[in-house]
Design a protein around this ligand. Structure first.
Ligand code: F3S
Length: 412
């Protein structure tokens, strides 16, 4: 692997032990994946922020590395943490957990990382440019950056993303290279796909079949952006990418005529195989894990909700009260962009939670058994990560469940 003289000096320890560790991680990955050299990155997104997933060993690793004095060279955004960093007490988070989660954030910000605590950094920071190299971690963010924006990033682990932040570089392999960005599966969609839940169910079905592949959708109709008919196109694409990243390991997809790399020339590999989706029913069946109607918690905002989604939720709830708990999860930055909508949701009895989400927060202690969500990704992870039964459907169904305490249309 060819290194610049500066990178060789860092590897020899000239920049201190923290920078040497970062270069060791980058060169080790480069050698494993056969990288010819490194590439400069415009920004980094660091996963592995929740203490729930890191534990004490992860916290100690970060604190020791942070103590070695290295600092980030490019904007580095943190993924969601295990709690709302300001309002954790209102959510019933234990003080011991809060203290350790705070220590994780302190270790990461000591490097100079930005506590955005979001999986949607593209909603709160300058959007990456077409062709720009990145080192992002969280699967839905990686999918969005590669597919919708046409930027280039592998799915980094927490340490490798941090190493990229400290050096401003990553090993050039995988999705940084043209040959790995071509689709190896054509997905013929022959059924209506309209709501964000439909896009999530489609993503679940395709992710399961495609695994780590690069799918190219054919026949997927996206109505023009129209704020009168939520959800908007962007929300649907985020739902699709998040579900494929969860049910499979899809980090890049194309939609013919829509996504930037599939608007002109051919993005298919010669040996691309074909799959057909005739119905979303199997996706809905797999993601609905209970036939029962009573709902304890409705969770919206996976990936983190945009200001437009928060405004849609507020409009649908205005003047109504809630019988089930409602969480809308988003970044702190987006939360401050929609103060009236946040106030309306909270007046109805919901909470708009920043910095965290259902999957990475510690919800096991909150007495919640049954979840309703419009996110296929949240529905996929909630049983294994939080021990919850799930109802999965549209935003309208979820908000009806929040108002009545029951999933609509079920008699039991
Ligand atoms: Fe984001 Fe949490 Fe979902 S990190 S994509 S809101 S699981």
């Amino acid at each position: 692997m060819k290194l610049t003289s500066e990178e060789q000096a860092w590897l020899a320890g000239d920049g201190g032990p923290g920078l040497r560790k970062a270069m060791e991680i980058i060169t080790a990955l480069g050698q494993i994946y056969g990288a010819a050299d490194t590439v400069a990155v415009g920004s980094v997104q660091i996963a592995g922020v929740s203490y729930k997933n890191l534990g004490d060993a992860g916290l100690e690793f970060l604190a020791e590395w942070a103590g070695q004095g290295a600092r980030v060279r490019v904007p580095a955004y943190l993924n969601p943490a295990g709690m709302d960093l300001q309002d954790w007490q209102r959510l019933g988070i234990a003080p011991e957990f809060a203290q350790r989660q705070t220590a994780v954030i302190e270790a990461l910000t000591a490097f100079g990382a930005l506590p955005a605590c979001s999986c949607t950094p593209y909603l709160i920071a300058p959007r990456p440019l077409f062709g720009e190299s990145l080192a992002w971690s969280e699967s839905s963010a990686v999918s969005y950056a590669n597919s919708v924006l046409g930027a280039r990033t592998n799915r980094e682990g927490g340490p490798s993303a941090l190493a990229a932040a400290l050096t401003g570089r990553t090993a050039r392999y995988g999705l940084h290279l043209d040959e790995h960005r071509r689709a190896d599966v054509v997905v013929e969609v022959r059924c209506p796909v309209a709501s964000e839940a439909d896009f999530g169910a489609l993503g679940y079905l395709v992710g399961r079949q495609v695994g780590q592949g690069v799918p190219c959708f054919r026949g997927l109709m996206l109505q023009p952006f129209d704020r009168k008919v939520p959800p908007d196109v962007d929300t649907r694409l985020r739902a699709l990418g998040a579900a494929m990243g969860a049910a499979g390991a899809v980090a890049l997809y194309h939609i013919e005529g829509v996504t930037p790399e599939a608007q002109g020339g051919n993005v298919l590999r010669k040996d691309a195989r074909r799959i057909t989706i005739d119905s979303l029913a199997d996706g809905y069946a797999a993601l609905n894990t209970t036939p029962l109607a009573d709902i304890d918690l409705v969770s919206i905002g996976c990936p983190h909700a945009s200001a437009e989604e928060i405004q849609d939720i507020a409009a649908l709830l205005r003047g109504r009260g809630l019988k089930a708990r409602l969480w809308v999860t988003t970044s702190r930055s987006v939360k401050t962009q929609a103060p009236q909508a946040v106030a309306d949701i909270e007046a109805a009895g919901g909470v708009v939670i920043a910095d965290t989400c259902l999957v990475v927060a510690r919800v096991e202690d909150l007495g919640i058994r049954r979840l309703a969500t419009n996110s296929a990704k949240a529905a996929f992870y909630a049983p294994s990560h939080a021990g919850l039964e799930v109802r999965f459907g549209t935003l309208g169904q979820c908000l009806t469940a929040a108002v009545t305490g029951r999933w609509p249309g079920v008699v039991d």
